[in-house]
Structure formats: structure tokens, C-alpha cells
Design a protein around this ligand. Sequence first.
Ligand code: NI
Length: 189
Amino acid sequence: MPILPLRYYGDPVLREKATCYEAVGDEVRRLAEDMAATMYAARGIGLAGNQIGIARRILVIDVSDDSPRARGESREPAANHNAEVYLNAEIVDSSVEDGDYNEGCLSIPGVEGNVWRPSRVRVTWMDLDGNKHDDWFDGMRARVLQHEIDHLDGVLFVDHLSMNDRKAIAGALNRLKQETQERLESESA
Ligand code: NI
């Protein structure tokens, strides 16, 4: 299972709106496996299509207590993981009650920030068998799903920060953006 190269802050694909899947084929299932492996290798708890340069509505998360990250491991055997795959995920309702949490992102390494989000969200999505779902989530799953669905809409957690928090990380973001632009230019040269 190949580990896919991550896209970083400043890459235009992170600002694209991802498009829906009409149907599920082997290609999508393979992509989901590779995305899970990539997420575990990077010790993340979520990964969206845009973050590997594919602007399609696919995301994987693992918020379980025995995820490799929770256990302090860098990865876990693919056959044994608890990755959840959501296709075409959309938030269709959310609680008035909200909460804050210190978020990070695999595409924005070294940057963290406090983000307020609704505590509960109602999500519609399709699974890898093509079945459609509609359910409410809370806790960490609600938090991570909102972060990942934001990615599919071209939104990053830093967009949600307060003005003061944004000022505090502006330098780090500019450096990341510059690194990414230099990398993209050298790749296309
Ligand atoms: Ni992220």
C-alpha cells in the first residue's frame, strides 16, 4: 500500500472544492486504503482527498483509542486498522452548542490553533459499498469530520482562528507557503 505524498499549505489544491463520487469502484477502494496508510504513517487522525492532491469528496478518519497515534506508533498493519471512510460527506445540520479544541493539520505542519465548532453535527455520506447514510456525531468524531469536510470545501482550520491567533501564526504560514511554492515550481520546471 503506497504512502501518498502530502500536499502542504500554499498548494492551490487545498483551496479547491472537491467533487462528489457518482459510484464506488475498485479504484476508490484502493485510494481509501492508500489514504488510510498515509494517514497512519503521518500519525494523523484524519485525511481528506485534497491533502493528497485529489479534489474528490473522500476522507478517512481514525478517532479510536487504539489508533497508532493514540498508541504512539508511527503506523499499524493495514489489515488491522479502524479507519472509517466517508464519501461525499456533507454537514446538513449542527448543534447550537459549540466547543473549542486545539487543532492541527497534516498539511500545515508545526502550526496549531484553537478552533470553535459545533459540538454535534448531522452528516450525510456514502460508504465504500455505495450505501448512503445520515447520522449525528459528537465528541472527537464530530470535531475531526468537520475539519476534514472543511478540506473538501477548500477551507483550512487556520481560516477559523481569531484575529489574534492568526497574527501569531502568520509568519509560520508565510514560510510554509513559500516552501510549498518553491517546491511546486521546482517540480514543474
Ligand atoms: Ni487538516
